[in-house]
Design a protein around this ligand. Structure first.
Ligand code: URA
Length: 271
């Protein structure tokens, strides 16, 4: 029988004392399982707990969390209406990036949280969360574009912490969030079988991993900065990333993320 979200959380909390070999599980103050409504239609997935989250055992309670609260408020909801989790359930020492093996170690919990919650929309906060599901995508170019993956709808957006360092990204985030109500309504009206049928299935049969790219289901026009980045000559991929990629968590440096998308009029017309 499927477990409840509370049962998964209890297992994550107990993991702190299980003598795990992975550094974050040992050095963290508290494991941070995630929290929110068991009936949430929207799930937000961040990278990993930061300092405040580690101290409180709750996700997104620092400065980035305050911005996330405002973003959630901008679509007429509050924290209690959604579910907020992270790829990693324990803070990496010094806020370093999660290591690939740490991401895999934490993956069964996140996968089970998604399965049990069964959200209509998963908002991926920043490149680390996005790359766990869409490994070849770039947040600077793909933010604000919903994707269908194995019957689920994902919306990658910049990490709120990136907007603390690059002010222009704050408006970009609000613009990307402004799509959510219409996108959610669209998903509500689309039968699961149709979402599944329209998804690209990955060869491993494993949710969103490996070669899976997802089918684009909503687009927006590229911003001037993105258009410039896309025009860079071959061999300048690093420069392209610098123009549009973001940082991840509070305390981390971010790219300049200089872009403010102009939403296309027919954002949801593709499925
Ligand atoms: N950044 C994250 O990715 N997750 C949190 O919980 C807090 C900050």
């Amino acid at each position: 029988m499927a477990r409840t979200l509370d049962e998964i959380a209890a297992e994550i909390l107990a993991h702190k004392n299980e003598g795990c070999e992975f550094e974050p599980c040992v050095t963290c103050t508290n494991m941070v399982p995630g929290e929110g409504s068991p009936n949430a239609e929207i799930m937000f997935i961040g990278e990993a707990p930061g300092k405040n989250e580690d101290l409180q055992g709750r996700p997104f309670v620092g400065a980035a969390g305050k911005l996330l609260d405002r973003l959630i408020g901008s679509i007429g909801l509050n924290r209690q209406d959604v579910f907020i989790a992270n790829v990693l359930k324990a803070r990496p020492p010094g806020n370093r990036d999660p290591l690939p093996l740490e991401v895999e170690h934490n993956w069964p919990w996140l996968e089970e949280q998604i399965d049990v919650l069964d959200p209509k929309l998963i908002v991926l906060l920043g490149r680390h969360a996005m790359n766990r599901f869409l490994p070849n995508r770039r947040i600077g170019q793909d933010h604000g574009q919903a994707r269908l993956l194995r019957g689920r709808v994902f919306l990658p957006v910049h990490h709120p912490a990136a907007a603390l360092y690059t002010r222009a990204l704050e408006q970009t985030l609000f613009d990307d969030f402004s799509q959510i109500p219409a996108l959610l309504e669209r998903v509500r009206q689309t039968p699961r079988e149709e979402l599944l049928a329209r998804s690209v299935q990955d060869s491993l049969g494993e949710f969103g991993f490996d070669a899976e790219e997802g089918r684009e289901i909503a687009t927006r026009a590229p911003s001037p900065a993105e258009a410039r980045a896309n025009e860079l000559p071959r061999g300048k991929e690093k420069d392209r990333e610098r123009v549009t990629d973001d940082g991840a968590r509070e305390g981390e440096p971010s790219g300049d993320g200089e872009n403010s998308p102009q939403p296309a009029p027919d954002q949801l017309g593709l499925f």
